[in-house]
Design a protein around this ligand. Structure first.
Ligand code: TRP
Length: 460
């Protein structure tokens, strides 16, 4: 086999050390994957796209596209052992192609900055909801009151700008200091606690009276409710929720020890992420139907249904505060990873200090984020292309840039890299390798291209 030893070189190692264990890697990737995407975004876009059929397409996208793309990202990351831009350039050259593949890494960094710009605003909402929960604002409220609380809050641009600033400020501070060990600890406790709390909420949702209706909304596919744009949304969500298409997972892969199974770790992460998203939806939709709310309510869905439920249950103040704290935490661990990618690149490329690079990136993200802040109030009626500024940033990232860069990454791994290199990383040419190779070569690229062209109407 043509690995580094055979070529007479020492095995490549990362400058930043390696994960302490296989579990540490899985937790780190899961911490990046589990975030607002699972709990806030998945239920609201599933609701907007009619439920069942969307969920089915989403699951297909996660396993047939997301999983092979994730394995491709990790194997590229581990082989290159550098930041995504440098890794793509290095492997492009090493595999006898071109250093220009580095632009794929660069595309990811642009996507990361754009994603964080609105991610930070929504994470700010969770911070504000921690405060509202602690003050018992939701106790005994009706559906109409909770809706008014949400509309009044998002209608107030100063409040949104404040919480957005708070969130991106904290993220910038931590990234500037390079606090990685603390992160591993935080994730270790955060993901399991979130899971436990979600299970408790599921228990509540089951007794809410409309559980069957919620389940049937999610599990009965009604394909007439699904458009090609909905299919594109499902695919974009698969990329978004698994943190794919912007080199985040690639960067983590760079620290993965050689013996760890990439397929095993990827499957673990994908399953954990999917369980959390489905759990969130199983909690939200029964509550939606029990309270005669609209499943297609949009960005506010989680912020209206859950406080309503918390307001009615015993111990609701504690549950609500705990839930929004954990959600803010989950958002934070995801945001740190996205920002780290951009900062690591700036540090290595432009020789700035971490603090300078983080301040510049944080400032830029903050500025762009003001567009999302204003999308819910002052500029709510200012619509172009796909809607408000927020709608456009979301469309551009989830539905265009992430699938495009995911496509390029997979094509690189499955077509440009030679079989010896990929089989070396994926542990030999057994059946799991052949399955990956088939999915990454044909199924994922074809699906991404067809879904994209259908959605923009190019196939008529
Ligand atoms: N996956 C995270 C979520 O579901 C968001 C996220 C973190 C992300 N890192 C990313 C999305 C990288 C795209 C790319 O909330």
């Amino acid at each position: 086999m043509l690995n580094e030893e055979a070529a007479g070189k020492a095995p490549r190692t990362s400058l930043h050390g390696h994960w302490s264990s296989r579990m540490a890697f899985i937790l780190a990737v899961t911490g990046s994957a589990v975030g607002l995407g699972n709990i806030w975004k998945f239920p609201y876009i599933a609701g907007e796209n009619g439920g069942g059929a969307f969920v089915l397409v989403y699951l297909l996208c996660v396993f047939l596209i997301g999983l092979p793309v994730m394995m491709s990202e990790i194997l590229i990351g581990r082989r290159g052992r550098r930041n995504p831009v440098a890794t793509m350039a290095l492997l492009g050259e090493e595999e006898g192609h071109s250093r220009r593949w580095r632009w794929v890494g660069a595309l990811g960094i642009i996507a990361g900055i754009l994603i964080l710009s609105y991610y930070s605003v929504i994470a700010g909402w969770t911070l504000a909801y921690v405060q509202k929960s602690l003050f018992g604002v939701f106790t005994g409220t009706t559906a109409a009151q909770v809706d008014t609380i949400f509309k009044n809050f998002t209608g107030n641009w100063v409040a949104l700008a404040f919480t957005h600033t708070l969130f991106i400020g904290c993220t910038t501070l931590v990234v500037a200091r390079g606090l990685e060990r603390g992160l591993e600890q935080a994730v270790k406790f955060m993901v399991p606690s979130l899971l436990l709390l979600l299970l408790a909420l599921l228990g509540y949702a089951i007794t809410s009276g409309s559980f069957a209706q919620g389940v049937s909304f999610l599990m009965t596919p009604d394909f007439s409710a699904l458009t090609w744009d909905g299919v594109l949304a499902a695919m974009g969500q698969a990329f978004f929720t698994l943190s794919l298409g912007m080199g985040a997972v690639m960067a983590y892969g760079a620290y993965l020890p050689k013996e760890t199974s990439i397929a095993g770790a990827s499957v673990a992460v994908v399953i954990a992420d999917t369980i959390i998203a489905i759990l969130a939806a199983l909690i939200i939709f029964p509550l939606v139907f029990a309270n005669n709310l609209d499943p297609a309510e949009g960005e506010g869905l989680v912020f209206v249904t859950l406080p309503l439920a918390f307001g009615q249950m015993p111990g609701g103040v504690v549950f609500a505060s705990l839930f929004f704290v954990l959600l803010a935490f989950a958002a934070w661990t995801s945001a740190l990873g996205v920002m780290e990618a951009a900062v690591a690149f700036l540090v290595e490329r432009f020789y700035r200090t971490r603090a300078q690079a983080a301040t510049m990136t944080g400032g830029l993200i903050w500025l762009i984020g003001l567009g999302t802040v204003l999308s819910f109030n002052v500029l709510a009626e200012f619509k172009f292309l796909n809607g408000t500024i927020y709608d456009n940033v979301d469309y551009l990232t989830s539905k265009i840039i992430l699938p495009l860069s995911g496509l390029l990454i997979t094509v690189f791994a499955a077509w440009v890299m030679c079989r010896n290199s990929t089989a070396d990383e994926l542990g030999g040419a057994g059946s799991s390798y052949r399955l990956w190779h088939f999915l990454a070569r044909f199924v994922a690229p074809a699906a991404i291209i067809v879904i994209f062209l259908q959605a923009v109407g190019a196939l008529g």
